[in-house]
Write a protein that binds this ligand. Structure first.
Ligand code: SF4
Length: 347
């Protein structure tokens, strides 16, 4: 049995139900120890009978791969229409877990360094399909007492462009914030930089105050357009204008924007590229540059040579730019950044 939305299904069957009952119903899906509708003691016997066939997870099938270091797990999830997506569980520096979720089947953005980009776009994921990626990992950890139990962070960095599935991503975040202990600063939405959607987000009074990361990958317009087909001539200026509005709106909060920057050998990791990035970062202001080691996804690119990477990073640091380097995890199970692809989804 597949339902587009469990909550909608409940509402359709019990339209007179007060809102607290809806909340009880939804909360049960996040309550440790409850693994079926039949176990929901907050529901009446009749309700449990009516709803008993609701799937506990929306996925008919899941295959889980474990990295050699046992610090990264990747789930290849089959959806009700036989499409597949991937979600990743990674141990973070504090020993807790970060879940990376997908928001679409495939992706239309076609970034040339990303395996998902080669799949093309198939469809948006529903709220239940995104929420259940998190729930899948909660149950996975519950069943393995030898692993640390806490998931503290969620990143929308899996397959797809989250802001192209705006409403479902927003509802997912609201659901997570309502029923888990994960706070908004522990949730990061990573976008290729869809300016109209970023603008919509700024105008949206109810958009949750989660962290944002923009995939920049070059502050040189020609280089950026070459590696990211979704870019365009005046993108950087538009992004700058947007960040000004963002900081104006959130002036009272301690906020910075993160720019993601995948390091591609001789493509965007030269000294000239570092200078362009420094200049752009200075114009933006409160920005953190997150340098990402390139993970092999095909023959077009090579990862930055260690000395080039270090040189680039130092140039930024010496110029006073806040810079971090992302740790590569799960590359042995193709779970690292940019490696998520599922063959049979290819058009
Ligand atoms: S990097 Fe993100 S936006 Fe670009 S193709 Fe891959 S999934 Fe899509």
């Amino acid at each position: 049995m597949f339902v587009e939305s469990r909550l909608k299904f409940y509402k359709e069957h019990y339209p007179e139900s007060p809102s607290y009952r809806l909340e009880q119903f939804e909360r049960a899906f996040f309550t440790p120890g409850i693994r079926s509708v039949e176990a929901m003691t907050t529901l009446s016997k009749t309700e449990r009978e009516t709803l008993k066939d609701l799937p506990w997870l929306t996925f008919p099938e899941t295959l889980i791969l474990t990295s050699k270091k046992q610090d990264t797990f990747k789930a290849i999830v089959t959806l009700h229409d036989d499409k597949k997506i991937e979600t990743v569980l990674m141990q973070n520096r504090r020993g807790h877990w970060t879940v990376c979720v997908s928001s679409q089947v495939g992706c239309a953005m076609a970034c040339t360094f990303c395996a998902t980009g080669t799949m093309g776009f198939t469809r948006n994921l529903t709220v239940d399909e995104i929420v259940d990626q998190y729930r899948l990992w909660v149950m996975y950890l519950e069943d393995r007492p030898e692993l640390a139990p806490r998931i503290t962070n969620i990143v929308f960095m899996g397959m797809g462009e989250p802001l192209a599935n705006y409403q479902n991503v927003k509802t997912t975040i609201e659901t997570i914030l309502r029923y888990t202990e994960i706070g908004p600063t522990r949730i990061t939405v990573s976008t290729v930089g869809l300016i109209p959607m970023l603008t919509k987000l700024l105008d949206d009074e109810t958009w949750p105050p989660v962290r944002l990361a923009v995939s920049l990958h070059s502050a040189d317009p020609t280089t950026r357009s070459a590696i990211m087909p979704s870019s365009y001539a005046n993108f950087l200026e538009k992004l700058l204008e947007w960040t000004e509005k963002y900081f104006a709106k959130f002036a009272t909060r301690r906020r910075h924007i993160t720019f993601e920057y995948v390091m591609l050998s001789k493509v965007n990791d030269t000294s000239a590229h570092a200078k362009a990035l420094i200049q752009f970062a200075r114009r933006v202001g409160k920005v953190r540059i997150n340098l990402i080691p390139y993970n092999f996804t095909g023959d077009i690119y090579r990862d930055s040579l260690p000395e080039d990477f270090a040189h680039f990073e130092n140039e930024l640091r010496e110029a006073g730019v806040l810079v971090t380097r992302r740790k590569t995890m799960g590359d042995d199970i193709a779970a690292a950044c940019g490696q998520l692809v599922v063959e049979n989804n290819k058009q």
